[in-house]
Design a protein around this ligand. Structure first.
Ligand code: G4P
Length: 531
């Protein structure tokens, strides 16, 4: 990104902000739980998944959550590992929410990819990986469930290399498989790690080995497993690339650790890998200049907005990734889009371990800012400078439906509700230039259902959703006079989106081709920068 980066102040350099990407069931929740366990954020595994009481205990230190009964802490979690501060940002699980996921990934510096040792690269992993690739994010891989019957190690590595077109270097190597799996050899530290199947929360000690010729290996590894292991390692050395930190940072190589999250096995080695290979908070693309984490002034951007789940309150939490500086509670920041000052007096910091509101945050951290809708996805906050973080796109929806209020007198209410969801990034809302009603656009069909039930639940508004004659939307740009003439001549297709930007609603690719042919000065685009 930027060459010759300076050494960061220690508080920033120790931060690691990352997300976990995986296919459902690969073990993301279990791994998160173990991260929190070793980060001292929870006392007992099972609390992340636990609903009800246990979960509340973990997060009730956040007054806002307590008062409003919402849980925002799961969206970002901070915990310490040795001298490092880890910020784990949650990615939405369902494939339908890919746009949300994309934006979440703009807030992290790396991703941990979890694959199931028996299943390898699954569809959702592949999709999420591609999103990471678009941003050249460094990726660390954890091959989970090695305690169960798993695929051949070379097969797994080969599949990742082939399917994802990335070099894979083993950071550890499994010894034995399935029931015979006894542990791994840590190739980075020449250490033998043996798994303790008896206590799932306990980590068995490491055994220091002086290289693969060390006779001590034979004392701990049964002869038949040792033979296979040594053969495999020999082959791996010949066939697989060596760890190259720069390639990892460029996103062209991923180190792979083998383990079993449920048995707490391999998790600490992975955490050490995140600490060692990072990266530390990275510069952020912005207009008119890059934002560097070490800059003294605070700047950050909103990558996610979560509406309050309590219908009595309309406020939301904007999740802000701090791009630079040292933030202190109570600071006044400029909301660049509106040029207004905002006093950030009650930021939520997701410090699960301390169980209290932290007073400060640094570049790399995620803070939650409660607000009444002023903060939108893509917004930048600074200490006065007019800067705009870029690269947070809005994608053209792939599915459209028209929405009407069940009660026609409630149309205004419906508009308000829809606008709120649009700001949250849960849907695109279009107001056609002709006729009444709205068209909502989403990326995945499930979002329609979620939307309808939320409008009903949170606003008490029954809605009717019907198929729309349109299938997609394109943002329109070009010289004003040309755009006006185009809009005038195509009124039936024209609408305004929730930011009042003009869009062209399309039925078929043919519509788009026609515009390209007949209006060469007008550009139709499928993505829009959020600003
Ligand atoms: P996800 O968030 O990626 O969807 O996965 P999650 O952690 O919920 O794990 C999915 C299932 O895989 C869970 O089982 C979990 O216990 C199991 N699992 C996770 N890591 C390991 C591992 O290292 N080895 C083995 N053998 N299983 C693992 P479940 O039956 O769906 O849920 P539960 O009844 O265990 O809670």
């Amino acid at each position: 990104m930027l060459d010759n980066r300076p050494t960061l102040p220690p508080e920033i350099a120790r931060r690691r902000t990352f997300a976990i990407i995986s296919h459902p069931d690969a073990g993301k929740t279990t791994l998160t739980e173990k991260f929190l366990l070793y980060g001292g954020a929870i006392q007992m595994a099972g609390q992340v998944r636990a609903k009800g009481e246990a979960r509340r205990t973990r997060s009730d230190f956040m007054k806002m959550e307590q008062d409003r009964g919402i849980s925002v802490s799961a969206s970002a979690m901070s915990f310490d590992f040795k001298t490092f501060r880890f910020n784990l940002v949650d990615t939405p699980g369902h494939s339908d929410f890919s746009e949300d996921t994309y934006r979440t990934l703009t807030a992290v510096d790396a991703a941990v990819m979890v694959v199931d040792g028996a299943k390898g690269v699954e569809s959702q992993t592949q999709k999420l990986f591609e999103v990471c690739r678009m941003r050249d994010l460094p990726i660390l891989t954890f091959c989970n469930k090695m305690d169960r019957e798993s695929r051949d190690t070379f097969d797994i590595i080969d599949e990742i290399q082939q399917n994802l077109a990335i070099d894979v270097t083993p950071a550890s190597w499994p010894i034995g498989r399935g029931r015979d799996f006894i542990g791994t050899y840590d190739l980075l530290r020449d250490q033998l790690e043996l798994m303790d199947r008896a206590d799932r929360n306990k980590v068995s000690g490491s055994i220091k080995i002086n290289g693969l010729d060390d006779p001590a290996l034979a004392e701990h590894v049964p002869a038949e497993l040792l033979e296979v292991f040594l053969e495999e390692i020999e082959m791996a050395k010949e066939l697989l690339p060596k760890m190259d930190h720069q390639a990892l940072l460029d996103g062209t190589m991923t180190p792979i650790w083998f383990g079993s999250a449920i048995n707490s096995f391999g998790v600490q080695e992975l955490m050490q890998g995140i600490a060692d290979f990072g990266p530390e908070p990275q510069p952020q693309r912005a207009e008119p200049r890059f934002l560097a984490p070490e800059e003294l002034k605070v700047a950050g951007f909103v990558f996610k907005v979560q509406a309050n789940m309590d219908p009595k309150h309309r406020d939301r939490v904007a999740f802000v990734r701090l791009a630079s500086g040292h933030f202190k509670r109570g600071m006044k920041l400029t909301h660049v889009r509106s040029k207004k000052q905002m006093a950030i007096s009650n930021p939520v910091l997701f410090l699960a371990a301390d169980r209290e509101l932290a007073e400060e945050a640094w570049a790399g951290d995620i803070i939650g800012i409660p607000n009444h809708g002023q903060l939108r996805i893509g917004d930048t906050l600074t200490e006065g400078e007019t800067l705009r973080v870029t690269g947070i796109p809005s994608f053209a929806p792939e599915l459209l439906q028209s929405v009407r209020a069940g009660d026609p007198l409630k149309a205004k209410h419906l508009e308000k509700a829809l606008m709120q969801f649009a700001e949250e990034g849960a849907a695109k809302v279009f107001k056609p230039m002709i006729g009444s009603g709205f068209i909502v656009g989403v990326v995945g069909a499930l979002q329609f259902e979620v939307l309808a039930s939320r409008i009903e639940l949170e606003y008490g508004l029954p809605v009717r959703m019907e198929p729309s004659q349109f299938t997609s939307a394109r943002w329109v740009s070009g010289p004003q006079a040309k755009v006006d003439a185009f809009a005038q001549a195509n009124k039936q297709h024209m609408a305004r989106d929730n930011d009042d930007d003009i869009v062209f609603l399309t039925r078929l690719q043919w519509d788009i081709d026609r515009v390209a042919r007949d209006y060469p000065d007008v550009a139709l685009t499928a993505t829009k920068e959020m600003m």
